[in-house]
Design a protein around this ligand. Structure first.
Ligand SMILES: CC(C)(COP(=O)(O)OP(=O)(O)OC[C@H]1O[C@@H](n2cnc3c(N)ncnc32)[C@H](O)[C@@H]1OP(=O)(O)O)[C@@H](O)C(=O)NCCC(=O)NCCS
Length: 150
C-alpha cells in the first residue's frame, strides 16, 4: 500500500537517486542525465527552504514532491516517481498533496517548470500552459511552464 509522509533529511541521497532514475524514464542519454545531476540533487538546504513529501510502498521510496511557497505563489520544484510505480496514481497523490499544502499556506497559484514529456500530466491535473522557462541544467533548453489556480 502506498502512503505519503514528509521526507527525512537522511533520505537526501536516496531521493537524489530517485530523481535521476525517474528523469531517465524518458530515455535521455548519459550526457544529458549528467548535466541534470546537480539540479536533481536534494540538499540540506532543500529541507530548510522547501517541503518535501515522499510516497512509500512498504519501506521503498516510490516518489517525491518538493514544494516551495513564497507568499501567494507556490512552485512545485520536483515531482518524481520511481519508474516501477509510474502510472499507479502516485503522481496524482503527490500533486494533490502539493495543492493542499500550498492552498493551506495561503498561496493562490502553483507553478511548474515541466519536463516536456510530463507537461501532459500537469494539464491532466488541471494546470494550464504559462509560457516557457529556461532549463536550470541545459543552457539554451527551454521547458514548458504551467500553472494552476488554487
Ligand atoms: C509525470 C509523472 C510524475 C506522473 O506520475 P504518475 O504517477 O505516473 O501519474 P498518475 O499515475 O498519477 O497519473 C494521473 C493521470 O495523469 C495521466 N498522465 C500521467 N502521466 C502523463 C503524461 N506524461 N502525459 C499525459 N497524461 C499523463 C494518467 O493517465 C492519469 O490519468 P487519469 O486521470 O485518466 O487516471 C511520472 O510519469 C514521472 O515521474 N515521470 C518521470 C519524471 C518526470 O518527468 N517528472 C516530472 C518532472 S517536471
Amino acid at each position: 500500500m502506498i502512503t505519503l509522509r514528509p521526507a527525512r533529511p537522511e533520505e537526501a541521497q536516496a531521493l537524489s537517486e530517485l530523481c535521476m532514475i525517474s528523469k531517465a524514464y524518458w530515455g535521455y542519454d548519459a550526457a544529458f542525465m549528467n548535466s541534470c545531476r546537480t539540479e536533481l540533487t536534494i540538499t540540506a538546504a532543500d529541507f530548510q527552504n522547501a517541503q518535501i513529501q515522499v510516497a512509500v510502498d512498504g519501506g521503498k521510496l516510490a516518489g517525491m514532491a518538493q514544494l516551495q511557497i513564497d507568499g501567494v505563489a507556490a512552485e512545485l520544484d520536483k515531482l518524481y516517481v520511481d519508474p516501477d510505480f509510474i502510472g499507479a496514481g502516485i503522481g496524482r497523490a503527490l500533486f494533490d498533496w502539493a495543492v493542499r499544502q500550498a492552498r493551506n499556506a495561503g498561496a493562490n497559484v502553483m507553478s511548474i517548470d515541466a519536463d516536456p514529456d510530463a507537461a501532459g500530466f500537469y494539464r491532466r491535473m488541471g494546470a494550464v500552459d504559462d509560457g516557457m522557462s529556461p532549463s536550470g541544467s541545459i543552457p539554451g533548453r527551454t521547458l514548458p511552464r504551467l500553472r494552476i489556480t488554487l
